[in-house]
Design a protein around this ligand. Structure first.
Ligand code: NAI
Length: 319
């Protein structure tokens, strides 16, 4: 079977997320145009992608059946949007999280794309209706929100605009599956989508527990990394409920009153400022000083952990 796929993918914006998307698409054999406004940025991005692919290949963690040189050869840089987009089947926008920048780029794309190109945005928290409303090709637009770094963390939230064609959602879903991601469909847009709503609920209670002097910042993080997080890498909160009793109905029977009592004791939304902010900052900086060298070293460690976890999940799945 020829591992090279038909149809070209365009990545708009070659920063952290754009590079990781490019690697994910290349691993599945797609031809990619990596577009950015600055040539130096593209050069740096391609160098960085090549280096990462080689390192992954060395440790046997490069995805796909193609060698790193073959995958890298599939990615071409481009600073001309019109030629980048020509013949594209799918465009993944990865420009900075700024509504004006995103509206401008989608307006430019609206004037040059064909009637069947999928236009996807990587936005973390801007609603599709804010970015896409009024575009001629609004029916072809969707948010495909990845988790950083998408090469190692497969989840992608697909969030439609109210006018997005169902066929575009299905096409995007199938494409994400093809490149080894794990897409989920939101039926309608909502602020924060699903992932950040869950994440913010956790951050909010973590902040309150530290702020109220119940637990130290270090121990709070352990509650997740050595507790809840251990099983959440394999199953979600709903299946956890199902298995932690004799099924969901039995879980609700046993724990309904307790859950409601505890939830009622949650305080107001923290202001994420002041004394608690100082306390958490101090604890985090003792562990990892907030300068680029220390942060990058810790990020490399995080990515290595995610890589091992991805490998473990693959092994567990294939058993
Ligand atoms: P970044 O700042 O690393 O990269 C942005 C890139 O866009 C830069 O290379 C910049 O030169 C380029 N750019 C700026 N204006 C442009 C334009 N008009 N046309 C083309 N390229 C342009 O940002 P990052 O972190 O990669 O984020 C990109 C998007 O992905 C954002 O919407 C962000 O919210 C989303 N996202 C980010 C995650 C993260 O953890 N970094 C996680 C999930 C989504």
């Amino acid at each position: 079977m020829n591992p090279i796929q038909e149809g070209r993918v365009v990545i708009v914006g070659s920063g952290i997320i754009g590079c990781s998307w490019a690697m994910a698409f290349a691993s599945a054999g797609f031809q990619i145009k990596l577009y950015d406004i600055k040539q130096e940025q593209i050069t740096k991005a391609l160098e960085n992608i090549g280096k990462q692919m080689k390192e992954l290949e060395k440790i046997g963690m490069l995805k796909g059946s193609l060698k790193s040189d073959q995958q890298l050869a599939l990615i071409g840089g481009c600073t001309d949007l019109k030629s980048a987009v020509e013949g594209a089947v799918y465009i993944q926008e990865c420009t900075p999280e700024n509504l004006e920048i995103k509206k401008k780029i989608f307006n430019q794309l609206d004037n040059i794309v064909s009637n069947d190109t999928v236009l996807a945005s990587s936005t973390s928290c801007i609603l599709p209706s804010k970015i896409f409303t009024g575009l001629k090709h609004v029916k072809q637009c969707i948010v495909a929100h990845p988790v950083n770094p998408p090469y190692f963390v497969p989840l992608v939230e697909l969030v439609p605009h109210p006018e997005t064609e169902p066929s575009i959602i299905e096409k995007t879903f199938a494409l994400m599956k093809k490149i080894g991601q794990s897409p989920v469909k939101l039926m309608k847009e909502i602020d924060g989508f699903a992932l950040n709503r869950l994440q913010y609920a956790i951050i909010s209670e973590a902040w309150r527990l530290v702020g109220d002097g119940v637990i130290s910042p270090h121990d709070l993080d352990l509650v997740m990394s050595d507790g809840l997080g251990m099983r959440y890498a394999f199953m979600g909160p709903l299946e956890t409920m199902h298995l932690n009793a004799e099924g969901i109905l039995n879980y609700c029977d046993r724990y309904r009153d307790g859950m409601i009592r505890v939830l009622k004791s949650f305080g107001p939304i923290p202001d994420f400022a002041g004394e608690t902010e100082q306390k958490i900052n101090q604890a985090m900086c003792e562990q990892t000083p907030a300068d680029p060298a220390h942060l990058n070293a810790r990020r490399r460690w995080r990515d290595e952990c995610l890589l091992h976890l991805a490998k473990l999940k693959m092994e567990v799945k294939s058993e």
